[in-house]
Write a protein that binds this ligand. Structure first.
Ligand code: F6P
Length: 539
């Protein structure tokens, strides 16, 4: 049965019609216990979702929808290593990457946890060698700089976690990330580095990605140019990949390769060897703590009843807004400067996973799917785009992420930060009525402009402090939320065919640029004109 034909779906449609326009003021009046009833704890995380545009019935209907879509069975299938990524015939077992050593996760009958730990042990040993100066560069100098070259899932995760956990990092190391094929990225990342002290990590699941391979080759040219000997590559390049042959062809000894597997999706690979730069920057113990945090959330997701399951509730709230209240955009707003790349990380995580318009049976989806994910850390966002969230015409549900304790307590900064965290949510949910505006003595002609409708939904997720473990919890929370939504929408969340066409066309265009033809004629008129303009101005 298609999603739209499920009784649970029509029930939600009817419910949306009957509750349209309901305001948090009314909702809180009707249910004084709302804040208590609509909050959840999972490990160190506390989530308050009472400021959403929902009633208890909304949640109960959404849970019925989840049951109708057999969410518990789907969760079990993922953990059982079933090949739920059917368009690529792969298991989806990122949860095995953070399993405890004695846990068992099987793919094709083989317990992959053993392989996971074999690689993790090698990562830990290598990371320690770099950190304590045992791993020396070609000329015998200690490694002081680490440059991770990767893109998408092989970049965004390591960058995000490195930034988020900078407080815990070894400040004697310079750690940089190069992703863009724009030569500026590599040039700026290496311009002040001494090649003798620089280690490159080439991180690519496929080891074929154009951007990464181009940057890797240029980095090798840069290194050899500085050190004058191709033999230096062995001490300054390591690889993280599923493609041993590709790594060998590039010239990296597979002894210096850290493996992962095709059952790890690119955007879910952070806790695989893709995290090697983090093991070096943060050390094994912090990396382990990060993974432990993931594991706590993995277990919660697997075992908690749907109604008390944080990723499930977060996912269902998204479904409610996207499918029943036309809220297709979703802001993630961390009130912590260290977490400034968190929204960008889940922009890929969510949009590459659920940006689909075909259901699992190959038919066009008749319902909306993945949200547009974006955000910036508070309070910067307040002085940039919050105006539109407060008074614009779009409904933009927001997740506010905040911590009780700052890692850098400076005067009263943290209380000010958190006062804003609370105030923004209060303003979004409850607004300010015309009467309240008038009572402030506002001239009548300004009343419409100064009135805030409110009823802008938000969810608060809080923890005591930003630690590696808490970060692991938060990342796994959003990973599983994406899974929940993919199941409800009946789409495949773990492939990404939509990025392929552009890659193919770029491959076709590249030789045309090299050939220096004045004006190509084999594309549409617009593309021909753009290429012609480029060539004319380039040469
Ligand atoms: O953008 C498509 C994609 O395949 C992502 O899913 C992936 O994270 C990225 O490219 C990088 O791929 P790879 O790790 O194979 O270089």
């Amino acid at each position: 049965m298609t999603l739209e034909n499920l009784p649970a779906w029509s029930a939600l449609e009817n419910h949306a019609a009957t509750t349209a326009g309901i305001h948090p003021r009314e909702l809180f009046n009707l249910m004084p216990e709302r804040a208590k009833n609509m909050s959840l704890t999972a490990g160190p995380l506390w989530m308050d979702y009472s400021k959403n545009l929902i009633t208890a019935e909304t949640i109960s209907l959404l849970l019925k929808l989840a049951e109708a879509r057999e969410l518990p069975r789907e969760i079990a299938a993922m953990y059982a290593g079933e090949k739920i990524n059917r368009t690529e015939n792969r298991a989806v077992l990122h949860v095995a990457l953070r399993a405890a050593r004695d846990e068992v996760y099987r793919v094709d009958g083989v317990n992959v946890v053993d392989q996971v730990y074999a690689v993790r042990d090698r990562m830990a040993a290598f990371g320690e060698q770099v950190r304590n100066g045992e791993w020396l560069g070609f000329t015998g100098k200690r490694i002081k700089n680490v440059v991770n070259i990767g893109i998408g899932g092989s970049d965004l995760g390591p960058v995000m976690v490195y930034e988020a956990l900078k407080h815990y990092s070894d400040r004697n190391l310079t750690v940089r990330f190069v992703s863009n094929v724009d030569g500026t990225h590599l040039a700026e990342a290496t311009r002040d580095l001494n090649a003798e002290e620089t280690l490159f990590i080439i991180a690519s699941k496929t080891f074929t990605t154009q951007e990464t391979m181009t940057n890797a080759h240029s980095a090798r040219t840069w290194l050899i140019g500085q050190l004058g000997d191709a033999a230096a590559v062995a001490r300054h390049f390591v690889a993280v990949s599923t493609n041993a042959a590709g790594v060998r062809d590039f010239g990296i000894d597979t002894a210096n390769m850290f493996e992962f597997w095709d059952w790890v999706g690119g955007r879910y690979s952070l806790t695989s060897a893709i995290g090697l730069s983090l093991v070096i920057a943060l050390g094994k113990d912090h990396f382990d703590a990060l993974l432990k945090g993931y594991r706590t959330m993995d277990q919660h997701f697997k075992n908690a009843p749907l109604a008390e399951n944080m990723p499930v509730i977060l996912g269902l709230l998204g479904v409610w807004y996207i499918n029943f209240l036309e809220g297709s955009s979703h802001a993630i707003l961390p009130y912590d400067q260290y977490m400034h790349r968190f929204p960008a990380y889940f922009q890929q995580g969510d949009m590459e996973s659920n940006g689909k318009s075909v259901t699992r049976d190959g038919e066009a989806a008749l319902h909306a799917t993945g949200p547009i994910i974006w955000g910036e850390p508070g309070t910067n966002g307040q002085h940039a785009f919050y105006q539109l969230i407060h008074q614009g015409t779009s409904l933009i549900p927001c997740d506010f992420i905040g911590f009780a304790k700052s890692l850098n307590p400076v005067g009263d900064h943290h209380d000010k930060l958190m006062a804003n965290f609370f105030a923004q949510q209060e303003a979004l949910a409850f607004g300010k009525t015309e009467n309240e505006v008038r009572e402030e003595g506002t001239p009548e002609e300004l009343v419409p402009f100064k009135t805030f409708d409110g009823a802008r939904p938000c969810t608060s997720i809080m923890a005591e402090q930003l630690t590696p473990e808490v970060l692991g919890n938060l990342i796994a929370l959003y990973e599983h939320k994406i899974f929940v939504q993919g199941v409800i929408w009946d789409i495949y969340s773990f492939d990404q065919w939509g990025v392929e066409l552009g890659k193919q066309l770029a491959k076709r265009i590249l030789p045309e640029l090299a050939e220096k033809k004045a004006a190509p004629e084999n594309h549409d008129a617009s593309t021909n004109a753009q290429i012609a303009w480029y060539l004319q101005h380039r040469d």
